[in-house]
Design a protein around this ligand. Structure first.
Ligand SMILES: [Zn+2]
Ligand SMILES: [Zn+2]
Length: 269
């Protein structure tokens, strides 16, 4: 008999920061909350600057990156011995960005992949929101981005891999194909898939499968389970006080009931 999964948060690798423009709190404020919640590890992964994506309010500017790193480093020193702190960013996968990823790696402990945009033509000029994919061709393009991201080897984990269901809503044959492709490759490459608690803050909408949050979609996670994919549970909090609040706890209960192949702790040294 496998031991019952005892994860009760204790750590989070998907934490934002006020510099992205739609979150509140600096590194120290998140760390204080994490210590209060008896966490042993906190990883920062705010939205990475990208000079080729002009979406102010969604991500920090390139000129903000040094402040971000300084803010985390200062807190790292101050709280050394009390909690393990990692410096990361949440980053999109785009073709021809190799130098950009190399530059980021030099500054960070890890990168978490989050595909908030795709382009049907693999260009940077006609990006569409990953939250608003409605056509089968669009979610089939989305999975291409995720496959490239996984094969690139740059990312420690995939944030909200089921984000494509946000606009698509119907877990139909194409949605199933997308889920199978993501989970098959994740399982082959040992890439960790994130069950994202923040999806439970995004409201409920009508889908052919019932009134549901946009993600996580349990149909996706049942498929992930069938491939025995490595998984992790993250808060994706955009304010310190909701690092581990009622909504995250509710999401954690759903995650635990699924009995996925939870990796628990990830070390980045
Ligand atoms: Zn955000
Ligand atoms: Zn995200």
């Amino acid at each position: 008999m496998p031991l019952p999964n005892k994860l009760k948060m204790k750590r989070n690798y998907h934490t934002h920061h006020h510099l992205c423009g739609h979150a509140t709190g600096n590194a120290e404020e998140y760390i204080k909350e994490a210590i209060k919640q008896r966490f042993d590890t906190l990883g920062f992964s705010d939205h990475a600057p990208n000079y080729r994506v002009n979406d102010f309010g969604v991500r920090m500017r390139e000129t903000d990156l040094p402040d971000y790193l300084k803010d985390i480093n200062k807190a790292k020193q101050k709280y050394a011995g009390k909690i393990k702190i990692y410096t990361g960013l949440e980053v999109e996968y785009f073709d021809d960005h190799e130098e950009y990823y190399q530059n980021l790696h030099e500054k960070l402990d890890y990168m978490i992949h989050g595909q908030h945009y795709i382009s049907m033509t693999n260009s940077m000029n006609d990006l569409i929101s990953g939250f608003a994919l409605t056509k089968p061709a669009q979610i089939l393009k989305y999975v291409e981005y995720l496959e490239k991201a996984m094969s690139s080897g740059h990312f420690a984990m995939l944030a909200h891999p089921d984000l494509y269901m946000c606009g698509y809503k119907n877990f139909d044959e194409t949605a199933k194909i997308v889920a199978h492709r993501i989970c098959k490759m994740a399982s082959e490459l040992g890439v960790i898939l994130e069950f994202n608690a923040n999806g439970y803050r995004r409201g409920i909408s009508k889908t052919p499968q019932g009134e549901l949050q946009p993600y996580p979609r349990l149909e996706f996670w049942e498929i992930a389970k069938s491939y025995n994919c490595k998984t992790i549970f993250n808060s994706d909090c955009h304010a310190p006080e909701i690092l581990y609040d009622r909504i995250v706890k509710k999401a954690e209960d759903v995650y635990l009931k699924l009995e996925l192949n939870d990796v628990g702790k990830v070390d980045f040294e």
